[in-house]
Ligand binder design. Structure first.
Ligand code: FEO
Length: 400
């Protein structure tokens, strides 16, 4: 049975939710599910914007058939070829043989790469600023390379002021019947998942996201329709502001994120003591055990907070494996503009501090605290002053 939402008089959400997927892209846990958004525009011509993941193909085709109500499908606009949006494209092309594919050249090539089909005869190839007349409006197309793949493009509908933004402005989390961000308590229920989605999926490409935001600022955008998560029709400035911060690697909050890797609890104990010392000075802290919390969550929180402390046991003369993985993930996502401190533990040859710093050193505008706090097996009473000095250095860097 179909399950659609009307977004405007002539625009429908025809996507679907997946709450059974364990790992999005095989790497990101999605405990609250994920939505695959597809949109249908009913103008003189009928236009579908993207398809969906194969997991939700059945309801998607029921949705499409319902909104078409016997009309032919004239166009399918393909914004992004990642299979979470394109896996049902070939079935769509078979079901609707008269539909033209509106895409750029890279997308056409990727259709061949993924599916081995040549769509030359059915493709309308568009470039930056090209438009398509659908009757009551001319849809305009803009390229958005590396948001999140090189072929990505977006569409602007000037009549409704709608930006079909591909992966940009996406959110993890199933929609649960809502489709508009203003239908839910977004800040409470979706913002963390929005940040986790953005930072992990496109966080590396801040420059390219900034360039898309600049292009978007030139249009009168009254609605944003992303490929995952909520549609924005109200308070658009709020979500644009969040994305501007994330894309520019500007912290959302002043506070200290403390992440630790602890084998028997002694490194955790130091992290707890440092956190308590910071709280004593009125500094906000959040803590994560890297062995327990998914690195996608910690990465996301690294984009949120201004100060980062990493505490790790030395393991096989290196960094504890989960911490090593996390730091490489942070480095791969180009995080910038943070103050960073390290705590290392080692029962015979502490080395984690130096090695952790080496991983993050190539990142831009990181201020490293001068001293690494070193612990041999466990923190002792006579080291409390040293621990306090470490905490005080963080406080001082916040209050400068
Ligand atoms: Fe939602 Fe880059 O795909």
């Amino acid at each position: 049975m179909h399950c659609v939402r009307k977004i405007k008089e002539d625009l429908y959400w025809v996507g679907a939710n997946d709450r059974r997927l364990a790992m999005f892209e095989g790497v990101f846990s999605v405990p609250k599910g994920v939505s695959y958004n597809s949109y249908f525009l009913l103008d003189d011509k009928t236009v579908l914007f993207d398809t969906v993941d194969k997991a939700v193909g059945k309801v998607f085709f029921e949705n499409l058939s319902y909104v078409l109500d016997g009309r032919p499908l004239d166009y399918v606009v393909v914004h992004h070829m990642e299979p979470d949006h394109s896996a049902t494209l070939t079935e769509l092309l078979e079901r609707y043989p008269g539909a033209k594919i509106v895409c750029n050249r890279k997308i056409q090539n990727m259709i061949y790469q993924f599916f081995g089909i040549d769509v030359t005869e059915r493709a309308i190839i568009v470039k930056e600023g090209d438009s398509l007349d659908t009757g009551n409006r001319k849809l305009a197309f803009y390229m958005a390379p590396m948001v999140h793949w090189p072929e990505v493009m977006v569409t602007y509908d000037p009549l409704n002021g709608t930006l079909f933004s591909a992966d940009a402005f996406g959110t993890f989390g199933a929609l649960n019947g809502a489709v508009f961000a203003d239908e839910v308590d977004f800040d409470r229920d979706y913002l963390d998942e929005c940040r986790r989605y953005y930072t992990n999926i496109v966080g590396k490409y801040g420059v390219q996201v900034q360039s898309l935001l600049k292009k978007a600022a030139a249009s009168d955008i009254r609605m944003i329709c992303p490929l995952h998560g909520m549609v924005w029709r109200d308070n658009i400035g709020y979500i644009v502001d969040k994305h501007e911060k994330w894309a520019s690697y500007i912290p959302e909050e002043t506070g200290v994120l403390i992440t630790y890797a602890s084998i028997y609890g002694n490194t955790e104990n130091v992290a707890e003591i440092i956190s308590a010392m910071l709280r004593e000075k009125g500094v906000k802290t959040v803590m994560f055990d890297v062995s327990v919390t998914d690195s996608s969550e910690i990465l996301s929180q690294c984009f949120k907070y201004s100060h980062l402390v990493f505490a790790s046991a030395t393991y096989n003369t290196g960094i504890f494996i989960k911490m090593d993985e996390l730091l490489r993930d942070i480095a791969a996502h180009n995080l910038q503009n943070r103050t960073v401190g390290f705590i290392q533990n080692g029962s015979w040859a502490p080395a984690a501090g130096k090695l952790m710093k080496e991983i993050l050193s190539p990142l831009k505008n990181l201020d490293f605290l001068n001293e690494t706090l070193t612990v041999n097996s466990s923190l002792k009473e006579n080291q409390l002053a040293e621990a306090q000095a470490f905490a005080d250095a963080i406080v001082k860097s916040i209050k400068i």
